[in-house]
Ligand binder design. Structure first.
Ligand SMILES: Cc1ncc(COP(=O)(O)O)c(C=O)c1O
Length: 372
């Protein structure tokens, strides 16, 4: 029996894509690769909802976070980091590491960024060069309202760059780069794209290009300008993960066939199913229901249950693999990924297994389920 991989990335890969991944190698500086690169960029623009160029870096998602910072800013630049969890904190930390002046706007974990607090925070700032946002905070299962946040930022700080970590949401949840006037938007191959880890994809607005020309932070590997120069020749500056491109070429075609709106609707449906099944078990959800993520659901480990023992039993007895909590939420959360190649049957099987293994550990549902 195949594993039911229900972590929020890396995600399962469809058979057609697995097949494509094993194609014989080609010259990464030849015409075949250039054709793939062009197709992949065009397809991605549809999902980023942008006409801006998309750059490719062989890396994890965190590489894209660093790329965004080093290309947009100079030492001492002031940025506002809106953080609602582990990945928002990582974005802020990267900015601090490179010598930026970082003001943090923090929200209690489990909640989305507050629009009124953002309004106040922006009014107080002078010389603000950028705002760092997380679209989908994978550690807490919360999706920020980027459209509303960006609108406020544009009203108060029209020249600030808006950088959006969309690693665990793009391709699954609506994000309109151009319509919402976002400047740098990035994602990682191992999340909604149905391909293995190893490729970061970064879209860059004209405002961010101008900033990249001015910015003085040192950069080599992550240099947007170098990546763009290569892109224009149908190449990447360094050896790309060719197989991932083979896979993406196929997975994006599958995504286009299914349709963007149909994909968003499927993610909504599997997320609703996950939450409904969890609540029916008397389990409490961690995220504010108004902002609950459609790509990952965080469930509070019930009292008296050892979360580690539960995930171990799921893995060993059921071949269902879920994630736990991160950092201060370690041992306190179960996280179920439902992004990319996921259908109702995968979630039903996962929740059936969860029900069995909770029962085996002596869990009895208490009513009503507590929610934050
Ligand atoms: C929202 C978000 N940002 C950034 C990252 C970092 O990606 P990576 O682990 O590929 O570096 C992740 C990974 O889970 C993520 O979920």
């Amino acid at each position: 029996m195949e594993q039911n991989l229900r972590i929020p990335g890396p995600t399962p890969i469809p058979p057609e894509v697995l097949h494509a991944l094993s194609r014989p190698m080609i010259n990464h500086r030849g015409p075949e690769f250039a054709a793939i690169l062009e197709r992949v960029e065009t397809q991605l623009q549809h999902f980023f909802q942008t006409t801006h160029p998309i750059l490719f870096f062989p890396s994890a998602g965190s590489g894209a976070m660093e790329a965004a910072i080093v290309n947009c800013f100079s030492p001492g630049d002031h940025v506002l980091a809106v953080t609602i969890g582990v990945f928002g904190n990582r974005f802020a930390k990267i900015a601090e590491t490179f010598g930026l002046r970082v003001t943090r706007l923090e929200t209690p974990w489990g909640h989305a960024a507050d629009l009124d607090q953002l309004t106040v925070a922006l009014a107080d700032q002078r010389d603000l060069r950028g705002v760092l946002l997380t679209h989908n905070e994978t550690s807490t299962g919360v999706t920020n309202d980027i459209a509303a946040l960006a609108r406020i930022i544009r009203q108060r700080q029209p020249d600030a760059l808006i950088l959006v970590d969309a690693v665990s949401s793009l391709g699954c949840v609506d994000l309109q780069m151009d319509a919402w006037d976002l400047d740098v938007v990035f994602t990682g191959s191992q999340k909604g794209w149905m391909v293995p880890p190893g490729l970061a994809m970064v879209a860059v607005s004209p405002r961010a290009w101008a900033a990249a020309d001015r910015a003085t932070l040192p950069r080599f590997y992550w240099d947007f300008r170098m990546a763009k120069k290569s892109l224009d020749k149908g190449q990447t500056p360094y050896t790309p993960p060719v197989n991932i491109f083979f896979g993406l070429d196929v997975s994006l075609e599958m995504m286009r066939t299914e349709g963007r709106d149909a994909i968003f609707a499927r993610h909504q449906r599997v997320a609703d199913l996950t939450r409904t099944r969890a609540r029916a078990l008397g389990l409490a959800l961690f995220a504010d229901p108004a902002y609950a993520s459609n790509t990952v659901t965080a469930i509070i480990v019930p009292d008296g249950i050892d979360g580690k023992a539960l995930t171990k039993a799921l893995r060993e007895q059921e071949r269902v693999v879920i994630a736990g909590g991160q950092e201060r939420l370690e041992g306190k959360l179960l996280r179920i990924g439902h992004l990319g190649y996921v259908h109702d049957t995968d979630i039903s099987a996962c929740m059936d297994a969860l029900e069995r293994q909770l029962a085996a550990l002596g869990y009895r549902a208490q009513e009503p389920a507590y929610e934050q």
